[in-house]
Design a protein around this ligand. Structure first.
Ligand code: C2O
Ligand code: CU
Length: 493
């Protein structure tokens, strides 16, 4: 079965009931990761394979509904009544065709984060860059070739909508497998706020977040989030601090199996450090393409980034899966073996293992032939609190010049970040090689990514070939930074 977007169902699915009504909440012992359930549902209902050249059309309805994924009820914006949205799975090189019906009262869009969209930049789904948004009651059919393979995701690229729930996983299967494992699981991580994104943004713009240390002036420690952390979810489930009963996502594993975990940080605000207690993780891919495997105890996943890690299930009992903000707020899920049915892990405080994934360890599997004389474009990140805005080279999108690039040109972006916050940058339509810090560039085997953190008071150099003509966005993936100007359009002609 090629693609697995479930058709909207009339009867509520288990995952839907779980967050629509407290009464119907499944007990911890019967929890099923929503993504897996959705995938199974889609598989059963999928249409027969389309004739060659004719892709099957999937349908996604964008709606609002009530739910309480962290125990607190609020309005969720979601796809097909599900949150996170349906798990979309397609083979590398196949055509994905998705009809999106906007049943919201405001415009929306879907961006396919990680898809290169060769020759189809109008399908990239960025409001105002790829084309107009989808008006209320209107529909739009996205159609593109799925490449590159790997772990990706899709989300609204209109306003600050994705933080309200408009995102889901997008998986592109490698035509030739790059690693061996027994099975896989998706862990979609996100921070979660009680208020709608529009309200949060309005408050930020008014300067009233109550946490307005001047981000240009943080001296001793860096600022890790523009708005106070409230809670976070793993595959749409979590607990606000102090809550001890809302069900958490549980990954059931058998001793002896190797599982490919596809980790996605779909947060609007926070980078998350990921660890599974007592379980080393072998990182095999990032943002799609494979990387030279490296075994670590924990890794930082910035907004928009993806990491594929192999987990060898060698223990027993139950352990915490932790995704932790850089100021220590924890998002939890459970790894559980059959010898501990329904058990919760021991309530012990977080202790990081000794090995953290470093940028220097992130390398391609093969040597890379880089163009020696790229066109270098320096980009200095900046911002202010009054007015609240974030930008590059003193310009604030949409009042910012597009960067014009000739087709085939090799571009080197030198990103410098003098601000007190990290800024995870995402490039649309291409992957780039991460060369690292100037003076210590990796010119031999730089890893390929599409999202890279530019650390506070630090810098990063990336290089890429502009071989995909079109209008592409390049921006910080923190929603509040993107919404207030930390973005540029790249025009490749
Ligand atoms: Cu994940 Cu421009 O976005
Ligand atoms: Cu930013």
């Amino acid at each position: 079965m090629a693609t697995r977007v479930p058709e909207p169902r009339r009867e509520p699915t288990l995952s839907r009931r779980q967050f629509l009504g407290g009464a119907a909440r499944a007990s911890a012992g019967t929890m099923i990761a929503p993504a897996l359930l959705l995938s199974a549902t889609g598989c059963r209902k999928a249409a027969p394979p389309a004739p060659p050249g004719e892709a099957e059309t999937h349908t996604i309805r964008v709606t609002r509904f009530r739910g309480a994924p962290d125990g607190h009820e609020r309005e969720i914006w979601g796809y097909n009544g599900q949150f996170p949205g349906p798990h979309i799975r397609v083979k590398e090189g196949e055509t994905l065709r998705v009809k999106v019906i906007n049943e919201l009262s405001v415009p929306t869009s879907i961006h396919w984060h990680g898809m290169h969209q060769p020759g189809t930049w109008q399908m990239d789904g960025v409001e105002g860059v790829s084309g107009p948004p989808i008006a209320p009651s209107a529909e739009f059919v996205y159609e593109f070739r799925a490449t590159p393979a790997g772990t990706h995701w899709y989300h609204s690229h209109t306003g600050v909508q994705y933080g309200d729930g408009l995102f889901g996983p997008l998986l592109v299967e490698e035509s030739t497998p790059t690693d061996r494992y027994d099975r896989e699981e998706i862990l979609m991580l996100n921070d979660w706020f009680l208020e709608p994104g529009d309200t949060i943004l309005e408050r930020l713009l008014k300067g009233g977040m109550g946490k307005m240390s001047d981000k240009m002036e943080v001296k001793d420690r860096k600022d890790v989030g523009d708005i106070p952390f409230q809670s976070g979810l793993v595959n749409g489930k979590g607990r606000a601090p102090g809550d001890l009963k809302t069900p958490l996502t549980a990954v059931e594993v058998k001793k002896g199996e190797t599982i490919r975990l596809r980790l996605i940080n779909a947060s609007s605000t926070y980078a998350l450090r990921f660890q599974i207690d007592d379980h080393p993780l072998t990182v095999i891919a990032t943002d799609g393409p494979p990387m030279k495997p490296v075994t670590v105890d924990h890794l930082l996943i910035c907004n928009g980034e993806r990491y594929d890690v192999l987990l060898e299930a060698k223990q027993g009992g139950a352990r915490w899966i932790r995704a932790v903000t850089q100021d220590g707020n924890e998002i939890l899920a459970i790894l559980r073996y059959p010898d501990a049915p329904g058990a919760m892990p021991e309530a012990k405080p977080l202790q990081w293992g000794p090995r953290a994934l470093t940028l220097e360890q992130m390398r391609a599997r093969e040597p890379v032939a880089l163009t020696e004389k790229p066109r270098e474009i320096p980009l200095v990140l900046g911002g202010s609190m009054l007015p609240y805005r974030w930008g590059m080279n003193d310009q604030y999108y949409p009042r910012a010049d597009p960067i014009e690039i000739a087709r085939g040109e090799v571009i080197r972006f030198a990103l410098r970040n003098p601000t007190g916050m990290d800024h995870p940058f995402h490039l649309h339509g291409h992957s780039f090689h991460v060369l690292g810090r100037s003076g210590a560039l990796n010119l031999t085997d730089p890893v390929l990514k599409d999202t890279i953190n530019v650390p506070s008071k630090g810098e990063v150099v990336i290089q890429w070939r502009a071989d995909n003509p079109g209008r592409w966005f390049f921006h910080c993936h923190i929603e509040w930074h993107l919404a207030t100007g930390m973005a540029r359009v790249l025009e490749i002609k």
